[in-house]
Write a protein that binds this ligand. Structure first.
Ligand code: ZN
Length: 413
């Protein structure tokens, strides 16, 4: 019996064989990877997991390692105790999981891209695409280059060229869509259906999201039995927080964890906080917003996995926080000064949320607080900087599928 039972609808439970499909034919709910947990349970023991779990993504856990190629070289990022910053913020035990040290493009997106890319060749695609504001573009372009696969990136209007320089160097074709992220994302998913491309966070999304889980395994392995704990992560689309929760719940189901599960804390920029607002209203109705934040990596107004992020916060006894850009900016500077770590604005937002968490409820200070720093960066990422616009580096296109397809066929096909 295979340990993978296929793709399962998160809403109605319908099972499908593995394919480049991400929406249920019965109810249009999202699909996710599903496993035969009994089969896995009989083949692993806690000791084995602890031995492999903290070191790298590939050795972390059968549900990941069985189908993730063994040569990925992703994960295993530093988990560091931040004594100085903890003291500054009044957090007794502050730990940082620094995804800014991720290989090869310095953000946690290396993980999700690595896991989805294993399916690109298996399903026979020759072109891979995504909509991105920076990190995902770099991660995808780098891995596509190393596999010899054509890579197309859709960036929103006014994107910062400095943030996608790795993608440009890796030979990706960059289109600057005359719209915001949500518009660029829409065009990308229309292209997927029209031109039959692999879209890393579209038709390959179930495999993409699975790449987050080893991050949860690594953190839980580092924590050992230190509880109660809380894990703070920034939220853009909501997939990161929801998949950390899935990873933790699976470990629990397989009896790999003892004691209380950690509380998951979601953090958004105040100017783009639809998930936090819904959570505050105790509602699962997420009202899309027009993002107004300089932190591009989490400027998503219509978060596709927001509802599952809310579920993760609710089920784990967590909280949500909305943080102004200026506060995040100050925190990024403070982190660099006190700990010598340069993180992006999203990491600043998560650190601010950790600080707010302890102010709001001292009970969270009884255990370790783990903050996810999702990428490398610095406070200048948050300042108004027009020097790095995509001009001349990207081809400007309208957010219109028929004109795009015509242009593509004429110039690139
Ligand atoms: Zn369904």
């Amino acid at each position: 019996m295979s340990i993978i039972s296929g793709l399962r609808c998160k809403v109605c439970g319908q099972l499908y064989e593995e394919s480049p499909q991400y929406i249920c034919e019965e109810c249009f709910g999202p699909l996710e990877m599903h496993y035969n947990y009994a089969e896995i349970s009989s083949s692993i023991q806690k000791g084995q997991f602890n031995e492999a779990g903290g070191k790298s993504q590939r050795g972390a856990f059968p549900p990941a390692s069985q189908w993730i190629n063994q040569d990925l070289r992703v994960g295993g990022t530093p988990f560091v105790r931040a004594h100085g910053l903890g003291k500054f913020l009044g957090i007794n035990k502050l730990y940082l999981k620094d995804e800014g040290a991720s290989y090869p493009t310095l953000s946690f997106k290396d993980r999700v891209v690595a896991s989805a890319m294993t399916k690109v060749t298996e399903f026979g695609f020759d072109t891979v695409a995504c909509a991105s504001t920076g990190n995902l573009a770099n991660a995808l372009a780098a891995r596509a280059a190393s596999r010899g696969i054509k890579c197309v990136i859709f960036v929103p209007q006014g994107s910062d060229y400095n943030k996608i320089s790795h993608a440009v160097s890796s030979g990706a074709i960059i289109f600057e869509v005359q719209s915001n992220y949500d518009g660029a994302n829409r065009l990308c998913s229309e292209v997927q259906d029209t031109l039959g491309w692999a879209v890393i966070n579209g038709n390959l999304k179930p495999y993409y999201l699975e790449g987050v889980k080893p991050l949860a395994y690594e953190i839980m392995n580092e924590l050992k039995d230190e509880r109660p704990a809380s894990i703070v992560a920034p939220m853009g689309g909501g997939g990161l927080l929801s998949m950390i929760w899935k990873g933790i719940c699976e470990m629990k189901e397989l009896n790999l964890l003892d004691g209380e599960l950690p509380a998951l804390i979601g953090a958004q920029a105040s100017g783009s906080a639809p998930i936090v607002h819904a959570w505050q209203n105790n509602s699962d109705d997420i009202i899309p917003v027009k993002p107004d934040t300089k932190i591009a990596s989490i400027a998503i107004g219509d978060p596709p996995d927001g509802i599952y992020a809310i579920e993760a916060m609710q089920q784990s006894g967590g909280k949500g926080f909305a943080i102004p850009d200026e506060e995040a900016n100050k925190m990024v500077k403070l982190l660099a000064k006190v700990e010598g770590i340069a993180t992006g604005g999203a990491g600043g937002v998560a650190l601010c949320a950790a600080s707010e968490l302890i102010k709001a409820d001292k009970a969270y200070n009884e255990g370790p607080v783990i903050v996810l720093l999702t990428d490398r960066g610095n406070s200048s990422d948050l300042s108004a900087n027009t020097a790095g616009k995509t001009e001349d580096k990207a081809i400007k296109v309208e957010a219109n599928i028929s004109t795009f397809v015509e242009m593509w066929k004429q110039n690139y096909a």
